[in-house]
Design a protein around this ligand. Sequence first.
Ligand code: ATP
Ligand code: MG
Length: 608
Amino acid sequence: MPLRMSSLFVRTLKEDPVDAEVASHKLLHRAGYIRRAAPGIYTWLPLGLTVLRRVEEIVREEMNAAGSQEVHFPALLPAEPYQATGRWVDYGDDMFRLQDRRKNDYILAPTHEEVFTLLVKDLYSSYKDLPLSIYQIQTKYRDEARPRAGVLRGREFIMKDAYSFDIDDEGLSASYETMRRAYIRIFDRLGLEYITVKATAGAMGGSETEEFLHPSEVGEDTFVRSPGGYTANVEAVTTPTPEPLDFADVPAAHVEDTPDTPTIATLVAAANEQHPRADREWTAADTLKNVVVAITHPDGEREIVVIGLPGDREVDLDRAAGSGALGAGEIEVEPATEADLVAHPGLVRGYIGPGNSIDAPVLGLEGSTGIKYLLDPRVAQGSRWITGSNEHGRHVFDLVHGRDFTADGTVEAAEVRTGDPAPDGSGPLELARGVEIGQIFQLGRRYAEALGLTVLDENGKRAVVTMGSYGIGVTRVMACIAEGNHDERGLIWPQHLAPADVHVVATGKGDEILAKAEEITAELEAAGVRVLIDDRPKTSPGVKFGDAELLGVPTVLVVGRGLADGTVELRDRRTGESRDLPVAEAVAETTRFVDEQYAALGAQRTGR
Ligand code: ATP
Ligand code: MG
């Protein structure tokens, strides 16, 4: 059955949604694919659902081909399993929590590791049952702090999540590799460019993990790459620790008056003017900047931490939060507020330092303020610094790390910059933006241990199962495809994902034209070509063409005025090219053209 514009449940719109910043969001809304129900929560209309199903089908086929079996969990789950693993707390505000009428705690699941683990525990008991890989394509709920860009970052979204269960590490590595290859096939088939990057584990726990990032300006992730092939999410970039420096010649630390120097720039200027250095000018990189951040832990506790880093670098709060050094779970890190500083009078705004001698620390858990002090790894042992003296208008010079001050540890909190060295020595880093479309994790035994998933091994001993978890954002992937396939007039779907193969536009007066368009449509459908026909009787050609461009079916067949000369017009929405076809050849030629488009994408028309 063809789709008919006369009855299809769709309204195309002229206005962009008010909150839209990115093209895919605007166009999916205006073309009637999605409709906002609440912030970050969307209703899927028939055209949107059709494309979504096609994306899902590719994911499903490749998961099945990789030996994973489809299951389906509820989205509404009891809290207990998540309490057992600690994620009830660790997931923080992102988790939707609710209670039933008996006041039992429930969640709308943001991800399903716990219940997959318990299901396998329920049913399996022997190493002979393993390995096992199961997955679902299902709705997830996350109360994102900043839902944005339509379904790109929703609070309700569809994820394909798969979980592997193995008896040993070797098995887990093999399962992980299998999923990695399946992901590559999925993104290749979807025609989505991706790179894989090392990532941080976040609230998931576990060790080896990679993200699949789709390079795109609308992405929220920043990743790095080096000429030698190093790639990583900017959050996972590690800073090479420099060799200790010899400080034998560095004079003893001395405090100097530096009035009106609350910023690095004013400090550097004052240092050069009043305390010049013999060999060269002081620069921002000679100063040790101490930045106060406030951490909100998953249990709601607020903690103040000071981060020391070279004065020519800024703190990257996301890197700090993802580093693991500031706390476990989904922590929030923000600049300390005025109130935080008031509450900690030992911190003298603009003049904060670790303390002027190792015997009298100010920062650090051993120091007078008792505030944790963490250093950027680039602050080498033996390096000398100009830094705050904890007195208004004064700084300390020649303060040596390891001689005059120490810290409680290091933190990867400094921004990564273009030109920074790759940690593996493969050259200078370049930065780019991307959207995370998938992530694969070697979880290890964390969930199995917490929930008691063991099986009997070959020797009849209890062994803890080792797990992997593998996600793809299905609705997000569709948004990425829309983002990468549009122009100013509308969407331009890849042929194999389009809601129809051909958009037949019947334009012009007279029953004859519509009759011919209907006849061609019926023949195309009979040949297994899916048609969306614009059969609206009283709609102008301009509106019909505008809608066809907006909706984005890549192949358009115009049945109109040309019919008088025995021709119809085949338009390629991608290139804008068009050519006239003799009516008698319309069906065969259009079918051939559509098949060519499928073949170019490595896909095949199925007629569904
Ligand atoms: P992000 O860093 O973008 O918030 P995440 O790392 O929290 O994502 P995972 O827990 O790894 O996400 O979830 C697996 C996949 O689900 C992600 O790779 C992404 O494609 C998708 N996804 C995650 N959050 C959302 C969301 N709010 N809306 C749409 N898709 C999402
Ligand atoms: Mg992720």
